[in-house]
Design a protein around this ligand. Structure first.
Ligand code: GLY
Ligand code: MN
Ligand code: MN
Length: 440
């Protein structure tokens, strides 16, 4: 499923309304990223630009102008012109006609005309909405336009106010529509299928990258790419939070932690599962895993409309700390251990983040001094973990080098938390059953 153009238009309608009369918004997509000689990374449009336009080509700038009546706004798209030779080398371009016919632009221009055409559009506007600080070169260009508009048109000039456009668009993106949730559900289903396959295919002696290839197989079969670099960490590699080398052998007796997921139609999923390479948890692995799992279930249950953003983290920290005391990994009074953050020896990250078009999605976490509250349509990850460093001599040897994280994606709804990533198992009995069946 692709979002229909009408959805992008609806977003522009809402933005125009929030901008107020006599304003202009300028929003650029991201640039191609150089990899090495004659080779770029595969292009992926800027999320906020795509959110407002549905336009996925590089070298494009959208301009929205409001007038006295905000419902009568104008949308211009500056993009690459069609060019037979360039298209033979580098692929299809929508071009000027395509921008108008297929992407609903009111006006379209060659991107090369931006510096010239934008000046006229800046005149007589009260506010310029712009994504300040995203790209230094583009910031400099906008400054030049403002200077030029003022110098050449003294009586009209550039807008007097410069406003951070991200503040508005980020808030819009934070609340997901039913259609966006459907795309995220699809991304999550594919990602869950990839994790299930990894559990089924893993064997002692396999390289971490071979297991990564099993995930990529499912992503690729569904026309998707990873939404971030996959983490496949066997044994103590699971204790390196952003381990992406994925180049070590997987050992029977170790756990493997996989933090990997795909994006579907520009919407991300984010899943972590941890499971035994040989299909059976050891006593120590089981004990720690049960603590993480209990904390995760409780934290998911705290993703409720009206609860503070931080509630799942607080719930998770309490259960993790209790578990660490019971297992003898921490000693002392629970409240004091939480107060002094003693648990950070084994749990050093937050319990989640906003999820959407970006894996660490936009949207503020606080309103003023306070954590904000969950609202209908917000999506958050819930990802507690425990990591016992392999060289941590303060704990009994039997625990060292075990790293566990369990991560799901959760929507706040009026009916309570809705887990998008429920298709891949996480209870010990279910994991062991799935893995035993795969071996049989
Ligand atoms: N996969 C990145 C994260 O979990 O935050
Ligand atoms: Mn995450
Ligand atoms: Mn993750």
């Amino acid at each position: 499923m692709k979002l229909p153009q009408a959805d992008f238009q609806h977003r522009r309608d809402r933005l125009a309304e929030k901008m107020g009369p006599n304003s202009i918004a300028i929003i650029a997509t991201r640039e191609e990223m150089y990899r090495n000689r004659d080779a770029d990374y595969k292009f992926r449009a800027d999320s906020s630009f795509f959110y407002l336009t549905g336009f996925a080509e590089p070298e494009a700038v959208a301009v929205i102008e409001t007038f006295e009546d905000v419902t009568d706004y104008s949308y211009s798209l500056f993009c690459r012109e069609r060019n037979r030779e360039m298209e033979i080398w580098n692929g299809y371009r929508a071009g000027i006609d395509g921008a108008i016919e297929d992407y609903d632009a009111d006006e379209a221009y060659a991107i090369d005309l931006l510096d010239e055409e934008i000046i006229e559009k800046l005149l007589n506007k009260e506010r310029l909405y712009y994504r300040i600080g995203q790209n230094a070169a583009f910031d400099a260009r906008v400054s030049q336009w403002i200077k030029k508009a003022d110098a050449e048109h003294r009586h009209q000039g550039a807008p007097a106010q410069l406003v951070q456009l991200d503040r508005i668009v980020d808030e819009m993106r934070l609340i997901k529509s039913p259609q966006e949730l459907e795309l995220m559900q699809t991304a999550s289903k594919i990602s869950a299928q990839a994790h299930t396959r990894a559990m089924q295919m893993v064997r002692p002696g396999m390289m971490e990258y071979e297991l990564e290839a099993e995930l990529n197989y499912i992503f690729g079969q569904n026309g998707c790419v990873p939404s971030y670099n996959s983490i496949v960490g066997g044994g103590a590699n699971a204790c390196i939070l952003h381990y992406v080398e994925n180049n070590q052998p997987l050992k029977g007796g170790d756990l493997v932690l996989i933090d990997a997921a795909c994006e579907y139609e520009f919407y991300a999923s984010d899943i972590t599962r941890t499971f035994p390479v040989n299909g059976k948890f050891s006593a120590e692995q089981k004990a720690l895993y049960e603590v993480v799992l209990a904390s995760q279930y409780a934290a998911i249950d705290a993703v409720r409309i009206g609860n503070s953003y931080r509630e799942p983290h607080e719930v998770a920290v309490k259960i993790l700390t209790e578990g660490l005391i019971e297992l003898g990994l921490l000693k002392g009074d629970i409240n004091e251990l939480i107060e002094t953050e003693a648990y950070r020896q084994f749990y050093m990250h937050g319990t989640g983040h906003w999820l959407g078009m970006d894996v660490h999605d936009v949207g503020s976490y606080k309103k003023g001094e306070d954590w904000r509250q969950y609202e209908e349509g917000m999506v958050v990850t819930v990802e507690p973990g425990l990591y016992i460093a392999p060289d941590d001599e303060t704990v009994d040897k039997k625990w060292r080098g075990i790293g566990i994280r369990i991560e799901d994606d959760v929507v706040a709804t009026s009916k309570g938390p809705r887990v998008l990533t429920a298709d891949v198992v996480k209870d010990i009995a279910d994991i062991e059953h799935l893995m035993a069946q795969a071996k049989a």
